[in-house]
Every structure is written in structure tokens, then in C-alpha cells.
Design a protein around this ligand. Structure first.
Ligand code: CO8
Length: 258
């Protein structure tokens, strides 16, 4: 499908989705978000795709929701339309793993989009922030919920109340991101990570993602029970037999997603 604000490439089991509004620092407008949701749902439906990478440009992953599109909206406009909530939900609900490869600014909705992804890999140029407070609003696609879960209340309050930016090293120290690499190596690191995930049993990958996500939604007891059921279910798969037999035979496992 042809898109206007994103570029999608599928190679070696990886769907690479590049946000592409260079004149606006990849600000998330309604077209971009609906195209992103469409691309994610197509990647999810495409049997060849085993991992998704979302990235932006060298300057900006995304500098937030598009302020020019939002500025004149009324409460009734945003409440009744949901302001992109449907598109965001598609990304949140994707069962395949999504890696955010972040260079430059990941601000406001851009930072929130990265946090919706499962793994954030950042270039040393990355800057994260929730500057909505400077616009007289607050984060709207999960920033106040996901940031404290990722980095704790103290730092999350600091970020959301002052609007200050965090560089890649601080984001790594704080637990917001998984890795920092030199900017030139960002896409190699993201795609090789995606490739590594793509080599696993997709059933186990999906189950691991589901179990980890559940940990944010539930009590420890419920979460442990959910994990145990998923774990037991793995023993109904051929991939479990293959994975364990391969270990014992001292060879590489050949997973077939069965
Ligand atoms: N929206 C619209 N346009 C933007 C945005 C944005 N968020 N960010 C940058 N741009 C545009 C600028 O207006 C400018 O356009 P033009 O050249 O036509 O004047 C162009 O991108 C380049 O930007 P700058 O000239 O400002 O570049 P600088 O290098 O000087 O600064 C910054 C870069 C620091 C990124 C700066 O542009 C900035 O502060 N941007 C705004 C960041 C921000 O406040 N983000 C939060 C937005 S609100 C939000 O995200 C709410 C999320 C919840 C809603 C959920 C829906 C998805």
C-alpha cells in the first residue's frame, strides 16, 4: 500500500516502518497515525513478518503530536473523535514484537509512541521528553502511565512537570531504553536485534510479550498464574520439542511456529 507520511520496507522477516514528515520533525498528525496503524496491522497480518521496527530520521523519531493540527480543537472535538485513540490502540494491541529505533527527538507523543513499543534502542543523539506541560496540556497517549512504570515516579514527575529532556545516557541509566549505540550504528543494531527475535519460535515470542505486558496490568499472583498457563501451553508446541532436542543434540534449533 502507498503511504504519504511513512515508508514501509519488508525484508528478511522484518517490517521497517519509517516515520517520514521531515519538514515537521515527524510530528504525529492524523494521517501519519492512521497510516502507522494501517502498516502495523498489515505487518501483523503478514505471515512473513516476525518483528517490526519503527524509526524516524536522524533528527527526530517524532517531536510529538502535530501542534498545528491540535491547536484549534475544542474539548468536544477531541472527546468525540478520541484524537487518534483508535490508531494508537492498534499499535498497543499488536501481538508481534515492535522495536523503536530512536535518533534525535522523541518528545511528547513521540516519546509515548516509543514507550508503546516493546524495546527502545537509541542513538547517542536521542532526546526523550514529555514537554506537553509547556503547551498547557498533559501527555495523552500513555506518558503519565508508562513513564513512571519505566523509570519510577520521581524521574517521571520531574520529566512531566518540568518538560525537561533526557539524553540517551540518562534514559539508559533510568531504564527507559534497552541500549544506546553510536548514531551511525542505530539501524544495524535495531535490525540485527529484530533478526535475532525473528529466529525464535514466534509462538514463544508472542507468549513472552503477552506475559510481560500482563505484568503491568495485574497482581503478582494473577500474573504468575497467567505466565504458568502460557508456559504449560508451550509444551503443546512442536517448537518446544525442537528447541529442547536441539539443545541436547548441541545444534541450532529449527523453529517452525507450530
Ligand atoms: N508539531 C508540529 N510541528 C512541529 C512539531 C510538533 N510537535 N515539532 C516540530 N515541528 C515543526 C516546527 O514547527 C518547524 O516547522 P517550520 O520549519 O515550518 O517552522 C519544524 O518542525 C522544525 O522545528 P524547529 O524549527 O522548532 O526545530 P528546532 O531544532 O529548533 O527544535 C524541537 C526542535 C525541540 C523538537 C522543537 O521543534 C519543539 O519543541 N517541538 C515541539 C515539541 C513538543 O512540544 N511536543 C509535544 C507535542 S504535544 C503531544 O505530543 C501530545 C501527545 C498526546 C496526544 C496524542 C495524539 C498522538
Amino acid at each position: 500500500m502507498a503511504y504519504n507520511t511513512i515508508i514501509v520496507e519488508i525484508e528478511d522477516h522484518i517490517a521497517l516502518i519509517r516515520l517520514n514528515r521531515p519538514d515537521a520533525m515527524n510530528a504525529l498528525n492524523s494521517v501519519l497515525l492512521s497510516e502507522l496503524a494501517q502498516a502495523v496491522s498489515e505487518a501483523e497480518a503478514n505471515e512473513k513478518v516476525r518483528c517490526i521496527v519503527v524509526t524516524g530520521s536522524e533528527k527526530a523519531f517524532a517531536a510529538g503530536a502535530d501542534i498545528s493540527e491540535m491547536a484549534e480543537k475544542t474539548y468536544v472535538d477531541v472527546f468525540t473523535s478520541g484524537l487518534f485513540a483508535d490508531s494508537v490502540k492498534v499499535i498497543e494491541d499488536c501481538r508481534k514484537p515492535i522495536i523503536a529505533a530512536v535518533a534525535g527527538y522523541a518528545l511528547g507523543g513521540g516519546c509515548e509512541l516509543a514507550m508503546i513499543c516493546d524495546i527502545i534502542i537509541a542513538a547517542d543523539s536521542a532526546k526523550f521528553g514529555l514537554p506537553e506541560i509547556n503547551l498547557g496540556v498533559i501527555p495523552g497517549i500513555g506518558g503519565t502511565q508508562r513513564l513512571p512504570r519505566a523509570i519510577g515516579k520521581a524521574k517521571a514527575m520531574d520529566m512531566a512537570l518540568t518538560g525537561r529532556f533526557m539524553d540517551a545516557e540518562e534514559a539508559l541509566r533510568s531504564g527507559l531504553i534497552s541500549r544506546v549505540v553510536p548514531a551511525k550504528k542505530l539501524m544495524d543494531e535495531a535490525t540485527s536485534t529484530a533478526q535475532k527475535i525473528a529466529e525464535k519460535s514466534q509462538i514463544a515470542v508472542m507468549a513472552a510479550k503477552e506475559a510481560l505486558d500482563r505484568s503491568f496490568e495485574t497482581s503478582l499472583t494473577e500474573g504468575l498464574a497467567h505466565e504458568r498457563h502460557l508456559f504449560h501451553g508451550m509444551f503443546a508446541t512442536e517448537d518446544q520439542k525442537e528447541g529442547m532436542a536441539a539443545f541436547l543434540d548441541k545444534r541450532e534449533a529449527q523453529f517452525r511456529d507450530r
